[in-house]
Ligand binder design. Sequence first.
Ligand code: SAM
Length: 280
Amino acid sequence: MEIINTKEIVKKYGFKFTKSLGQNFLMDNEVLKDIVEGAEVSKEDFVIEIGPGVGTLTRKLLNAAKSVCAIELDSDLLPILEQELKDYDNFMLVHKDALKVDFNEITAREKSVKLVANLPYYVTTPIISKLLTGGYVFKSLTIMIQKEVAERIAAKPNCKEYGALSLLVQYYCDTKIIRKVSPESFIPRPKVESIVIRLDRLSEPRVKVKSEKLFFTIIRNAFNMRRKTLWNALKQLKLSKENLENAFLAAEIDPKRRGETLSIEEFGKLSDNIYDIINQ
Ligand code: SAM
């Protein structure tokens, strides 16, 4: 097996880590192998990697994929990546903030697109949200994230981790935990435990709703005030008392329940009944 020494590359170029960019580089070959295998990357796949660092994971992806496009914000890393990966003609590097990238421009004409990344943790949620709601063609996202965020993503109703993020991700994807990763696998060590999770895009969203905007507004309201009943949380929608009552009745949902007890299907039903009342 090819052994890549992240520490040596960092030392060779005198690279200085920037904490605010979430720079914790992987140096554990087992973890790298599990990420690439867990993502099921093959020579058919065009892979996008957000935040290649010094190219440790990128190299493994380049060996497994048809091609890899890496998006890196830190200009100090560009010459290192160009030098270290110069032998790969299937490598592309984009110097940009991943939050500002139009992924459709990069993936045009590609049939099988997968995203694989050890994400910078300070932007995990906005990146996931962008990747899922931006209308992109990713088949799957295999991402390393903080353990707590992975638990929130995969959570089911009636547990404290269940919330707006669980519902956003599960609306679009099936989720699969690939493995846990301890801080010792990184340089420098992060303060938190990590998890590699794969999100497989569903061909259709998990529930069919009349208005996605309303569906997610209701979810946000329900979890902004976690301890409140749905009745109190959804007063924010400014419907009349009678209309709100009728929507709960039609959806067969007790307004005294709290948001954390509702399944995604129940949120869909409630949202559609509120939609009908608003638009009647
Ligand atoms: N992939 C490498 C690895 O596994 O060793 C590095 C992962 S490190 C956790 C996160 C990487 O994302 C760093 O290279 C950092 O510079 C980069 N980064 C941080 N913010 C970014 C952003 N907004 N857009 C693109 N890259 C970003």
